[in-house]
Design a binder for this molecule. Structure first.
Ligand SMILES: *[C@@H]1O[C@H](CO)[C@@H](O)[C@H](O)[C@H]1NC(C)=O
Ligand SMILES: *[C@@H]1O[C@H](CO)[C@@H](O)[C@H](O)[C@H]1NC(C)=O
Ligand SMILES: [Zn+2]
Length: 441
C-alpha cells in the first residue's frame, strides 16, 4: 500500500516523458506534407506550377473519394488544380475553398534559413516563403478532409466541396482566378460560398476579412506656361501641381488622423500615397535644365478605397479639388479592380446573422474552441474580389493565431502547432458547411 503512490508516480513520469516528443502519425504526416509543398519554389518571376500541381494532385488522390481535374485556362505553364469531394445532394450550391499556388520572391541572404528549405526549428517553427501566404491553407484543406474520412469512413458531404489551386494571385490573378470565374467549369460548380486566404493574428483570436480595398492608380497632370527660370509669373505647371500635392496631403492626413485616433482601422479609410513625381526638362548630358520652368508636371498616387465609400464622391473631389481643370490640371484614374458587384452592391460580404453562411462558419470555428475577432477589410487586394463581384459570399480566413504577420516579409514562418490546430478548425468548418442544407436566400 505504501509503495503504490510511488509506483504510479513513476508510471506517470515514464508515460509523460515518452509521449512528449512524439506526435500522432497523422500530424507528423501532415506537417511533412506541408514542408514538402513549401520546398517547391513557386515564387515569381518563375513559379514552378507544374511541380506544385503534381504534388497536390498526388496528395489529393491519396485521400479516398477526392477527384482532381487540371485546367489550363491560358497557357500550359499556368495550370489550375481543382479538387472535388462530391456531395450527396448536387442540387445544393457547392462550397469552394481557395489557395493560390504562387508566392512573392524571397531574398535568401536576408533569411535565417533558406526560404525554400522549410527548415523546422527546435520549437517547431517552419521557415519558408509561403508558410503563411498561403501554402498552409493549401495543405490544411486536404488534411482536414483526410482526418474527417479517417474518423468516419462513411462520411459524405451533403454539399459538394471544391478546392481550387490557382496560379498568379500575387501578380493580379488575370491568368488565374479572373479566367477561372469566366470558365464553364466554374459555372457548373454552382458555388454558394467561397473561403479564401486571410492573415495571421498576433493575439489568440482568428482574423476574418469580409472585403478588400480596391486600388486606383491616379495620375495628376498640371500644365502651365513655360518660362525662363528667372521669371516670376503665376500658374506655372509646377506651381499648379504643388497646390494639388498640398491638397492631397491634407486629405491623407485627415484620413490618417481617423486611424491614429482609433476611429477607423487602416483598411477602412481611403489611402492616397504619393508614389512618383515627374517634371523638369532633361538636357543632353542627362541633367535637368536649370534655367527653364517646365510646361508640364505630374504626380502619381496609389489610392485604395474601402467598399464602404462612394467612388463617385471621391471622383468629384479629385475633379474639383485635386486636379481642377480651372487650374489647367487633368487627371487619369486606372481602376485596378471593381468596387461594386454585378447588382451594383458594394463588394463586401455581410458578417451578421442575416447571412446564414456567416452564422454556420462562425459557429464551426467556435465549436472547436476558436474565437473570431471583429471582421475586417483587407488593406490590400486578393482573388476574393473575383467572387464578390459575382455576388458570391466570400470570407478571407487563414487560421493562424498568436503568430507574427510575416506575409511577403523576410523569415516568413509558421509554427507546426498553429498549422495543426488550423486543420482541426477546417475539419469543423468543412463538416458544418457541407451539411448545411438550406440554400442561402
Ligand atoms: C492655363 O493655361 C493657359 C495657357 O498656358 C494660361 O494662359 C492660363 O493662365 C493658365 N491658367 C491657370 C489658372 O493656370
Ligand atoms: C447585417 O449587416 C448588413 C450590412 O452591414 C446590414 O445592412 C443589416 O442591417 C445587418 N442585419 C442585421 C440583422 O443585423
Ligand atoms: Zn496570399
Amino acid at each position: 500500500m505504501v509503495k503504490k503512490p510511488i509506483y504510479s508516480f513513476i508510471l506517470l513520469f515514464l508515460s509523460v516523458s515518452a509521449a512528449a516528443p512524439q506526435q500522432p502519425p497523422a500530424d507528423a504526416a501532415a506537417v511533412s506534407h506541408f514542408q514538402q509543398y513549401l520546398r517547391i519554389n513557386t515564387a515569381h518571376p518563375h513559379p514552378d506550377y507544374q511541380s506544385a500541381v503534381s504534388f497536390l494532385k498526388a496528395l489529393a488522390t491519396s485521400i479516398p473519394n477526392l477527384r482532381t481535374r487540371t485546367l489550363h485556362l491560358t497557357t500550359p505553364n499556368k495550370p489550375l488544380l481543382l479538387v472535388t469531394f462530391p456531395g450527396s445532394n448536387p442540387s445544393l450550391q457547392s462550397i469552394l475553398f481557395n489557395s493560390h499556388l504562387d508566392s512573392v520572391p524571397a531574398e535568401p541572404s536576408k533569411w535565417f534559413h533558406p526560404p525554400f528549405s522549410a527548415f523546422k526549428t527546435h520549437d517547431g517553427s517552419i521557415f519558408a516563403r509561403g508558410a503563411q501566404d498561403d501554402k498552409c491553407i493549401a495543405i490544411q484543406y486536404l488534411e482536414a478532409i483526410r482526418n474527417i474520412i479517417a474518423t468516419d469512413p462513411g462520411f459524405k458531404p451533403m454539399r459538394t466541396i471544391h478546392i481550387c489551386y490557382v496560379p498568379d494571385e500575387e501578380i493580379g490573378g488575370l491568368d488565374g482566378m479572373a479566367k477561372f470565374v469566366e470558365s464553364n467549369e466554374f459555372r457548373e460548380m454552382n458555388v454558394g460560398f467561397f473561403l479564401d486566404e486571410g492573415q495571421a493574428s498576433t493575439n489568440d483570436k482568428y482574423r476574418v476579412f469580409y472585403a478588400d480595398r480596391s486600388p486606383w492608380n491616379l495620375v495628376i497632370k498640371a500644365e502651365g506656361q513655360p518660362g525662363h527660370g528667372s521669371r516670376m509669373f503665376d500658374n506655372s505647371a509646377l506651381e499648379n501641381l504643388m497646390k494639388s500635392v498640398e491638397v492631397v496631403s491634407k486629405f491623407r492626413e485627415n484620413q490618417f488622423d481617423l486611424v491614429k485616433a482609433g476611429v477607423l482601422a487602416n483598411s477602412e479609410v481611403i489611402s492616397a500615397n504619393p508614389v512618383y513625381l515627374k517634371a523638369g526638362i532633361v538636357s543632353g548630358d542627362g541633367n535637368f535644365v536649370m534655367n527653364m520652368q517646365p510646361s508640364e508636371a505630374e504626380a502619381g498616387y496609389d489610392v485604395r478605397l474601402p467598399p464602404t465609400v462612394d467612388p463617385d464622391l471621391l471622383k468629384k473631389r479629385i475633379a474639383e479639388e485635386w486636379a481642377p481643370a480651372t487650374r489647367n490640371m487633368s487627371y487619369h484614374i486606372v481602376e485596378k479592380g471593381p468596387l461594386r458587384d454585378y447588382m451594383g452592391r458594394p463588394l463586401m460580404t455581410v458578417t451578421n446573422d442575416s447571412n446564414p453562411w456567416w452564422t454556420v462558419f462562425k459557429h464551426a470555428v467556435e465549436a472547436v474552441g476558436g474565437r473570431l475577432s471583429k471582421p475586417e477589410i483587407l488593406a490590400s487586394t486578393t482573388d476574393a474580389r473575383y467572387m464578390r463581384v459575382r455576388g458570391i459570399p466570400t470570407l478571407g480566413f487563414s487560421p493562424m493565431k498568436n503568430t507574427p504577420i510575416l506575409l511577403h516579409d523576410h523569415n516568413e514562418f509558421l509554427k507546426e502547432s498553429v498549422f495543426l490546430e488550423g486543420i482541426k478548425v477546417y475539419e469543423s468548418i468543412i463538416k458544418a458547411l457541407s451539411s448545411f442544407d438550406t440554400d442561402s436566400p
